[in-house]
Design a protein around this ligand. Structure first.
Ligand code: R5P
Length: 262
């Protein structure tokens, strides 16, 4: 791995803790104006001081993020479908590597749909992206998207994460599940977890805690932060677990305190 790629990865995964809090705000690429992200700038700006990385599309980056912010960008570069389609796996690459470089991205993110109708296409997309990432020193995050029929268990997620790393992804995003240690063990690159659908804050913090304990290097979390009653409090509580190994109680108390004082 060359210097540029290692440097970009070190901007995403903070070297002092070896962990990262990525803020995922890319949902609009197929969901449109997702609850909480109707006006992206309004939601994202107050959270930037507490995020290690922003994961988003080029459209939201250009229109809604001030270029003077010093935050690494992981650009979502796969898409081409919408929530109106039954099969969400029919994705292609929607943003070129040259554009990612022009936008000063530290990394690019692409979904793979293992076991879905377009599995093959999305795995080839990943392989092509890794070739380009290696060429220019841009980190590639593979997102193990789960089809409607897919179980989110250690067997399935372990399969998807391992395939992503075998194809060369530098970082993999997946879901937490029972037996997550096994998924971590069989994936030879760092793993971050998505938060999934909005759940009560304490439960989302517990999910974060369990994932970190099992060996995840952090989160790439969206709805459980920006749909929270207090997104600014929630992201700081998540940080406390990810970077300071706080317990769920400590993190939840922090959430409550910040929420009460804001
Ligand atoms: C898929 O829509 C995106 O990659 C999201 O960024 C991902 O699902 C993480 O967001 P959340 O924590 O809301 O699941």
């Amino acid at each position: 791995m060359d210097w540029g790629l290692r440097n970009r990865l070190a901007r995403i995964i903070k070297p002092d803790t070896g962990r990262t809090v990525m803020l995922a705000v890319d949902h609009g690429y197929f969901l449109g104006p997702t609850t909480g992200l109707e006006v992206p700038r309004k939601t994202i700006e107050p959270l930037i001081p507490y995020a290690d990385t922003l994961m988003l599309t080029r459209g939201v980056l250009r229109t809604s993020i001030d270029p003077s912010f010093d935050i690494p960008i992981v650009l979502r570069v796969s898409g081409g479908n919408s929530i109106l389609k039954d099969d969400l796996s029919d994705e292609g690459i929607i943003t070129s590597m040259e554009e990612a470089i022009r936008l000063n991205a530290a990394g690019v993110a692409l979904s793979i749909y293992v076991g879905s109708p377009h599995e093959h296409q999305t795995l080839l997309n990943l392989s092509k992206l890794v070739d380009e990432g290696e060429k220019y020193g841009i980190a590639v995050l593979a997102v193990t998207a789960v089809g409607k029929e897919m179980a989110r268990d250690a067997r399935y997620l372990g399969l998807a994460c391992r395939i992503a790393s075998e194809l060369g992804a530098h970082l993999v995003k997946t879901y937490y599940c029972e037996g997550f240690e096994k998924v971590v063990e069989s994936t030879p690159v760092p793993l971050v977890i998505a938060g999934g659908k909005k759940i009560p804050e304490r439960d989302a913090l517990e999910l974060t805690f369990k994932a970190i304990q099992a060996g995840a290097v952090g989160v790439d979390m969206g709805r459980n932060i920006f749909q929270s009653d207090s997104p600014v409090a929630m992201i700081q509580a998540v940080r406390k677990i990810v970077h300071e190994n706080a317990t769920v109680d400590e993190a939840y108390n922090l959430y409550e305190n910040i929420k009460a004082s804001s």
